[in-house]
Design a protein around this ligand. Sequence first.
Ligand SMILES: [Zn+2]
Length: 309
Amino acid sequence: MFFNLLALFFKTSRLFVAISAVSIFFGCTTSPHVSHIGDVDSDGYYESLTPLGKKGYFLKQLAPNVYFFSTGTYNNLFVATQEGVVITDPIKGKGDLLKKAIGEITNQPIRFMIYSHSHIDHIGDAHLFASDNVQIVAQVETGKALKKYKDKNRPVPHINFGTNYSLSIGGITLELIYPGEGHDKGNSIIHIPSRKIVMYVDTVTPKSVPFKNFAYTKDIYNQMKSIEKVLKLDFDVYVAGHLHRPGLKKEMREVFSYYRASQKASVEALKRVSFIDVRAKSKTKDIERLFGEYLDTVAEECYRILKPK
Ligand SMILES: [Zn+2]
């Protein structure tokens, strides 16, 4: 279908083909002009923040040894065993609360710290957990990014894996899987098969459409393939990095259906919006600005197509 569409455009204008080729499917990843945001009615697809209470965090057992920790908008999981604790993503500014939460469950020392990816909002308190006795594990691209950042709050990993890494401790195994670029380079899936639990951060928050530009994706095609890959894993519950609660597999499917609908809407919007028409209506002679106006028009058309009728 993409090729037919390109062929059609090719007859119209070489310039248009060049422009369309880079923007096909990216129409909906481009946010409409800011001035329109206030005009957008909420369709109710969100979940209200829940009051945190005195403790300042939510702690919930997901399965034997596995615990969900959330500070409302951010979350992670940790695994407590008789041989020590594995933590993931020590959220910036919330490390002391995470220590308290772990203290509610166990006195065992932390042995491993997994970074899902390099972003500071998710791992900015890593320095509070780093010690000679804690092995930090992350995908090699995350390690490379952190070496470059030289941020003392985000110590570099000791174990840098490529596509897969198995971490076993106290009779439980965590499988780390790198599905390739999507939201950041290095963003990895954490799967605990024996507990049917997945952690996959920043791409499929339950009851949420993806954050701006599909979570600032580096590769929308691969990001979708990655979500498909996650959905093929055996799990019931997942931890998304955001929200006060974990999600259900059917909720991941639901968010993914928005990705698919956006892909379809992008193709349709690119058919409907003519670059020639946008150029005819535009006052600018600046080609880059004109291209921006074209993308805004495509994005607005995507919105019209996607909006529930
Ligand atoms: Zn992120």
